[in-house]
Design a protein around this ligand. Sequence first.
Ligand code: ADP
Length: 251
Amino acid sequence: MNPPPAIEVQNLRYRYHDGTEALGGVSFRIEPGECVGLLGPNGSGKSTLLLHLNGILPDEPGANGTVRVNGALLSRANLEAIRRQVGLVFQDPDDQLFCPTVAEDVAFGPQQLGLVGSEVKHRVQRALVQVGLPDFDQRTPHHLSHGEKRRVCLAGVLACEPSILVFDEPTSDLDPRGRREFKALLRQIPATKVIATHDLELVVELCRRVIVLDRGVIVADGLTRVVLDDEPLMLAHGLEKPHILFHRHPH
Ligand code: ADP
């Protein structure tokens, strides 16, 4: 039997307390191992959608529709199990880093999962190696560069060993080298990935598929090269055709 989709969202609607409809009926599925770019202008609902994938906004009065993760319906009852499977990397590293040392910050997630002792230590060290910061365990997070902070945040999520990684704007505020390095890092991680971003080069390089949101609904879902090459569609939804497409041959 085929494995269930990594993520299956059906007719998801969400209205914030003040009445703003952030998602107006969103449906899609993502297969295990896919890397999907989530595009859309500011305010189109990307962050709201990511929060739903990790169960941050479940069962609220403003929520409607279903989210399944690896086949399991997301509900309050299985929130903890779902959060073990979906790791969310926030947009602002300062929202995620609050401990005196990098090691403590990276250990926080595994400890929340109930792990202790050498298992935590082991996971912290492995995650720091994965993000290319093996000797940073005793450094102070808020003294690190922006790129290093982002890597530490990613290490904290990887240490929980989720099968699905969800990123909100992973390369915003990074300089070109930082962006290049972070993209190389993302490419090496075998998990299923959903990446909300305005960085179209990242999408072209890493994501075979994109989903475009505008005003809380999906306006395109398909192969990256096809969707991004559709200039009228891109312009109609506040996006642009990336220059990189003019210089490379489609694969
Ligand atoms: P994006 O990530 O694409 O910029 P968001 O998911 O942040 O979009 O926002 C979608 C819509 O929901 C926007 O209209 C935004 O103003 C609104 N919104 C986001 N967060 C809140 C909130 N906490 N309370 C009320 N409205 C919100």
